[in-house]
Design a protein around this ligand. Structure first.
Ligand code: KDG
Length: 308
């Protein structure tokens, strides 16, 4: 096992039409969840990844586990909870604006995650842990699960990546800021967007965010700038990463794919510039489809698109 991650995966309903959900009659269906998106991206890039999570013992939970299994995730530490449902979410496509999400996840099986769901066994032999602020936003139990994962990562010598993934529909900025700052200080690779930079460090200037991030503890900071590419900053330099040009269908999941690309390249021993380029490529490719991760490349496709 190369990588361990944990979090909530949900069934996402993708509207076939634009406009308010009350007028939408038909939906596509997919699996969403920032951490499982990253895990899928990593598996496709050849890095075996374990996903720790809870779904409900219901049809949707079964659909999620089947899908993640088909993508090759190690699900030995995922469970189906008979006492709580699988979370679901809807996207709402708004003409001329970003799509919006509507969650039905309060009291979900994943909100009952706790430290006891994070077994020592999965960390022995793994090289990397990826966590996001979404899990920490789900409640005290999930927050304890993240803390336990970080403790085990430190004990077993795993490198850690963290994406704040701030979700305003889950908690306020005031609630999130100290928690996210604390988690950011415990990682090696910090991945964040400029709005999250403002939330954590009070600036949306990429260079200032990078500097504040590096001061907080990580040795590498990736500031994701959407269609403008990314800035990577480490103790040894700065790297401006150009965007990979694609025509965008739906950008959700781009940050997760970016994380998967960066982590995969770092595990392969690549230098920061190559990490950023693989991250940018993966991020761009998932924007070409409606779902969060279906567009993620495998290793060969990524290598050929990067001209290697
Ligand atoms: O990063 C994409 C995620 O936001 C999406 O998959 C759903 O995990 C999700 C969430 O909590 O919003």
């Amino acid at each position: 096992m190369d990588v361990v991650t944990l979090g909530e995966s949900m069934v996402v309903f993708l509207p076939e039409a634009e406009g308010p959900l009350r007028h939408v009659a038909r939906f596509g269906r997919g699996v969403a969840g920032a951490e499982s998106n990253v895990a899928i991206g990593l598996c496709r890039l050849g890095h075996p990844t374990a996903w720790i999570g809870r779904v409900g013992e219901d049809e949707f939970g079964r659909y999620i586990l089947d899908t993640l299994a088909t993508e090759g995730l190690d699900l030995r530490f995922a469970s189906a909870d008979p006492g709580a449902p699988t979370g679901i979410m809807f996207k709402e496509r708004r003409p001329g604006a970003d799509s919006r999400v509507v969650y039905y996840r309060a009291g979900s099986a994943a909100s009952r995650l706790d430290a006891g769901d994070v077994p020592e066994a999965v960390f022995a032999g793994a090289a990397w842990l990826h966590v996001t602020g979404i899990t920490a936003a789900l409640g005290d139990g999930p927050r304890r699960a993240v803390a336990r994962a970080l403790e085990l990562a430190a004990r077993f010598g795993l490198r850690v990546s963290f994406d704040p993934n701030y979700r305003a529909r889950l908690w306020s900025e005031e609630q999130a800021r100290p928690v996210l700052r604390d988690l950011a200080s415990q990682c090696d690779l910090l991945l964040l967007g400029t709005a999250e930079g403002r939330l954590l460090y009070g600036s949306d200037d990429p260079e200032e965010i990078a500097r504040a991030g590096l001061r907080a503890g990580p040795t590498l900071v990736a500031v994701k700038r959407g269609s403008e590419g990314a800035l990577l900053a480490g103790t040894e330099g700065r790297w401006a990463i150009p965007p990979h040009p694609v025509s965008i269908v739906e950008p959700t999941g781009a940050g997760d794919a970016f994380a998967a690309g960066c982590i995969a390249a770092l595990l392969d021993g690549q230098p920061p510039l190559a990490c950023g380029r693989l991250g940018a490529l993966c991020g761009a490719l998932v924007c070409t489809v409606a779902g969060d991760w279906e567009g993620a490349p495998d290793r060969e496709t990524a290598a050929s698109l990067l001209g290697r």
